[in-house]
Design a protein around this ligand. Structure first.
Ligand SMILES: Cc1ncc(COP(=O)(O)O)c(C=O)c1O
Length: 377
């Protein structure tokens, strides 16, 4: 199996897996229990909080564990229901765990403005500034896009937010392990993360919440996670997230240069095949290893099926629901026609991929294109 879909999810790191199995067997106490087994489980969580805080440069008390990235984003957005200022500014290329939530929140009186992006998928900070009103309580712009990898100018946007006394949240779910993340340097108030994007377990996420910012819980019940997220903690999952974050942040420079090497090799080799490929996204500033490209006159779905038959996993941005293929909203927002949109694929390399695997991928794409052309003529 050749796996090139690391933006969808990553395989769990072996040391993370071992730690989690060990904890699941031996550390089953409820962290809220006062006896030894409970206290030990609590200690595991607090160790993970320290590991995670160190990997994004914040204080452990500024970290809240959640049930994944979507929940982290939802927690920040649902908090607006309790705020006086009920206007949010976001961008047209955010994940559905932002855009669909904002749509839902309209029903509860939370209004939002969606700023557009340029052809590279970049938000213009001036557009954010120009849409601020006296009612704006939150700006939320992702650090890097999950479909095209474009890195957004979030420090500029954070500065604008500070100038206007508005909270700034950023979805950094695709970033950890690919770029260094320093929440203090980035000047964000809140940031979302998800363990399964950096070789950790699925269904566990983290929120950085700057001390001084108060967030009301979206999930209400017990007083876990400083009353921000009720529910008995996923002890092994949280420990897995902490260790995965530590590994990711320690090897980020090495991993990102490896990903860039794989990416450059892919670009050079695929260009040699002369398919008139168009690369989508911002070549200058993007996540290493994430390539979105259009192959004219080749349906991405057909190509995906061909590659799947050869044991290769890549993705396209389009969502397939009830048998109808819809174009990716992200590519649409970048002004890409629906035809090209449905001819676009996403390849996202991971730290375990090799040059040899990239060669096989390029060769398989080449032979699939020839077969698809033959079958359609
Ligand atoms: C940018 C971005 N935000 C949010 C999410 C949702 O994260 P999770 O799958 O952990 O709920 C994803 C996952 O695909 C993502 O890529």
């Amino acid at each position: 199996m050749l796996y090139f879909d690391h933006s969808a999810t990553t395989p769990i790191d072996q040391t993370v897996q071992s730690l989690m199995s060990e904890l699941n067997q031996n550390m089953f106490g409820n962290p809220s229990s006062i006896y030894d087994l409970g206290r030990k489980a609590k200690h595991v969580i607090e160790k993970a909080r320290r590991q995670f805080a160190d990997s994004i440069n914040c204080e452990p008390k500024e970290v809240i564990f959640t049930g994944g990235g979507s929940e982290a984003n939802n927690t920040i957005l649902w908090n607006l229901v309790h705020q006086k200022k009920k206007h949010v500014i976001t961008s047209s290329i955010e994940h559905p765990a932002v855009l669909l939530v904002l749509k839902e929140l309209e029903k509860l009186g939370v209004k939002h403005t969606i700023v557009s992006v340029d052809k590279n998928g970049c938000v213009n900070p001036d557009d954010i500034k120009n849409n601020i009103t006296s009612d704006t309580g939150l700006i939320t712009i992702m650090m890097a896009n999950n479909e095209v990898g474009t890195i957004e100018p979030i420090t500029d946007i954070a500065d604008i937010a500070k100038e206007h006394d508005i909270l700034f949240h950023s979805d950094a779910i695709q970033v950890l392990g690919k770029l260094p993340v320093d929440v203090k340097k980035l000047n964000v108030d809140m940031m979302s993360f998800s363990a399964h994007k950096f070789y950790g377990p699925k269904g566990v996420g983290a929120l950085f919440i700057n001390s001084g910012v108060t967030i009301k819980p979206m999930i209400i019940g017990g007083s876990q996670e400083k009353n921000v997220r009720a529910g008995t903690e996923n002890v092994s999952g949280i420990a897995g997230l902490g260790l995965a974050a530590e590994i990711a942040s320690k090897s980020v420079n090495e991993d990102s240069s490896h990903l860039l090497e794989l990416e450059n090799h892919f670009r050079n080799r695929i260009n040699e095949q002369n398919h008139d490929i168009i690369f989508n996204g911002f070549a200058k500033k993007h996540l290493p290893g994430l390539i979105n490209l259009t192959i004219p006159n080749i349906s991405s779905d057909l190509l995906l099926i061909h590659l799947d038959k050869e044991g290769i996993a890549i993705s396209n941005g389009s969502a397939c629901s009830s048998g109808t293929i819809s174009p990716s909203p992200v590519l649409q927002a970048m002004g890409i026609s629906d035809k090209k949109n449905l001819e676009s694929i996403r390849i996202s390399a991971g730290k375990h991929n090799t040059i040899n695997e990239v060669n096989k991928l390029v060769d398989s794409i080449g032979s699939s294109i020839i077969t698809i052309h033959k079958n359609s003529s």
